[in-house]
Design a protein around this ligand. Structure first.
Ligand SMILES: *[C@@H]1O[C@H](CO)[C@@H](O)[C@H](O)[C@H]1NC(C)=O
Ligand SMILES: *[C@@H]1O[C@H](CO)[C@@H](O)[C@H](O)[C@H]1NC(C)=O
Ligand SMILES: *[C@@H]1O[C@H](CO)[C@@H](O)[C@H](O)[C@H]1NC(C)=O
Ligand SMILES: *[C@@H]1O[C@H](CO)[C@@H](O)[C@H](O)[C@H]1NC(C)=O
Ligand SMILES: *[C@@H]1O[C@H](CO)[C@@H](O)[C@H](O)[C@H]1NC(C)=O
Ligand SMILES: *[C@@H]1O[C@H](CO)[C@@H](O)[C@H](O)[C@H]1NC(C)=O
Ligand SMILES: *[C@@H]1O[C@H](CO)[C@@H](O)[C@H](O)[C@H]1NC(C)=O
Length: 418
């Protein structure tokens, strides 16, 4: 190969300088391989001890992120071409720095508005984030959580209802609850322009649950609602029509601490949840509940980053080209025995087991990574402890086609073992 190239360049050298340059370049590109890369960049946010939830404001270049430790809402502007964060502005939310801004979720019923929670003020806010980076978010509706509920943490809108996991034991009953109310009539009752109107929740429900509720999702085939409960390591099922609830405890032998949960469609249909482990670390385990209401567990196999992964959060990573896939986020939040890592998994043909596992170790270990959010072409991760937003970008390739160094297939594992 080299000899052939040398011979060719000697031939062209004989033809004179003018011919050498273009021909030599053409020779080089014929032998070159495009360099594919994964770029992980950290974007520094205002200093805070707890950087929590974030969501993109649909159809805009803004991401809203909550810093719970000082109740600040950070509005982040993304470059429309690269999705890279380029600027931020911070806005205090609630009465004071102790209001505990936490949940952030886009409203579908009220396009352009976002749901937020003030955990310490026991309120849900429906907020207009404003059109520009500098414009102050305006609270257009406030919903008080009814007594004895206490401490809305994460917030979600599902169909006509808003849902919030009440993370703090009730001062009246000592009990934890999941809150839900019909919010489909907020336009009709008061014009949207009337800013910060406290509205009474219609058809409010408080479902008693275990310690303590985090993510709340709907299983698409049955319409049943599922709720992760972290400390008591169980998943609650709610039939909204009958009001019946049931508990599905996580078997301790697979792991513990159910936190992240998503609803997925297509081949992944159902709800998927992650187990964040405990002070001794995680077990690299996540689970699925489909139309049959049965929990099925999946395990990561790679000993370096996978088998001790403490999986806090999850997102759909499916693509048309790559098929069904998930992003899993391992965190050092509960144990420094577990890595901060972003992991992409694919499945075998019948979704019975994990096929490929791709690992992206986060740049700052012990950052206590918190949430993962895929954008159109990149993936954002919030780092709780280091007030950072990390962004993963694939260059000259797409997620899931990263071979062979980082995507360890089942075949590779057994070949190496043999
Ligand atoms: C925030 O407001 C609450 C209620 O008014 C008060 O109890 C608390 O001390 C205030 N916290 C700070 C940091 O000002
Ligand atoms: C509320 O009003 C806005 C603006 O007119 C509209 O886009 C939205 O669909 C309405 N939502 C509901 C639930 O009625
Ligand atoms: C909105 O109104 C509620 C109830 O009147 C009040 O508690 C809250 O402080 C107000 N929030 C803002 C941002 O004005
Ligand atoms: C929910 O409860 C209703 C009313 O009892 C019942 O008709 C329906 O089948 C239940 N849904 C599921 C998925 O079990
Ligand atoms: C932590 O979780 C592991 C795996 O489920 C379990 O074996 C261990 O007993 C747990 N430790 C504590 C202190 O709960
Ligand atoms: C998937 O299911 C089909 C039909 O039950 C079966 O023929 C096939 O062997 C299964 N494939 C795998 C990889 O389990
Ligand atoms: C992985 O390979 C082993 C041995 O060939 C096989 O028994 C197992 O079913 C495979 N698992 C998956 C998920 O493909």
């Amino acid at each position: 190969m080299l000899a052939q190239a040398l011979k060719k360049s000697l031939v062209v050298a004989a033809l004179g300088l003018s011919a050498v340059l273009p021909t030599a370049l053409a020779q080089q590109s014929a032998n070159a391989n495009t360099l594919v890369s994964r770029r992980l960049t950290e974007y520094l946010l205002p200093v805070a001890t707890e950087t929590h939830e974030f969501a993109r404001v649909p159809n805009t270049n803004f991401v809203l992120l909550s810093q719970m430790s000082d109740s600040a809402l950070i509005k982040i502007e993304l470059d429309p071409a690269t999705e890279a964060p380029i600027a931020w502005q911070s806005f205090p939310m609630g009465r004071n720095r102790s209001s505990q801004l936490h949940g952030v979720w886009p409203s579908t019923l009220y396009p352009g508005l976002m749901w937020l929670t003030l955990q310490a003020e026991n309120q849900l806010l429906l907020v207009d984030p404003g059109r520009t980076l500098a414009s102050k978010p305006v609270v257009v509706r406030t919903l008080d959580i009814p007594v004895p509920g206490n401490g809305p943490h994460c917030v979600f809108e599902i169909g006509n209802r808003v849902w919030a996991g009440l993370k703090v034991a009730s001062p009246q009953t000592g009990q934890y609850y999941v809150f839900s109310a019909d919010v489909s009539q907020l336009n009709a009752t008061i014009p949207r322009s009337g800013s910060n109107t406290t509205v009474a929740a219609r058809d409010p429900k408080l479902y008693p649950c275990l310690n303590s509720p985090v993510f709340i999702k709907e299983e698409p085939a049955t319409g049943l609602i599922y709720v992760t409960q972290d400390a008591d390591s169980s998943i609650m099922q709610i039939n909204v029509t009958s009001g019946a609830t049931a508990q599905l405890p996580i078997p301790p032998e697979v792991g513990n601490n159910a936190v992240g949960m998503i609803t997925a469609g297509g081949a992944l249909s159902g709800v998927w949840f992650t187990l964040a482990g405990n002070a001794t670390g995680g077990t690299g385990t996540f689970g699925h509940i489909g139309a049959d209401g049965q929990m099925k567990f999946f395990s990561l196999k790679q000993p370096m980053l996978g088998t001790n992964a403490a999986l806090l959060h999850i997102a759909d990573a499916s693509t048309v080209a790559g098929g069904p896939a998930l992003w899993l986020l391992s965190t050092s939040l509960l144990s420094s025995n577990s890595p901060d890592a972003l992991i992409r998994v694919t499945f075998d043909a019948n979704l019975t087991a994990v096929a490929d596992e791709e690992y992206v170790s986060m740049l700052t270990q012990n950052a206590m990574v918190h949430r993962v959010l895929p954008l159109d072409t990149t993936v954002l991760v919030s780092e709780l402890h280091t007030f950072t937003l990390a962004q993963l970008a694939y260059v000259h390739t797409v997620a899931g086609q990263w071979l062979p160094a980082e995507a360890v297939t089942n075949t590779t594992v057994y070949t190496q073992a043999g």
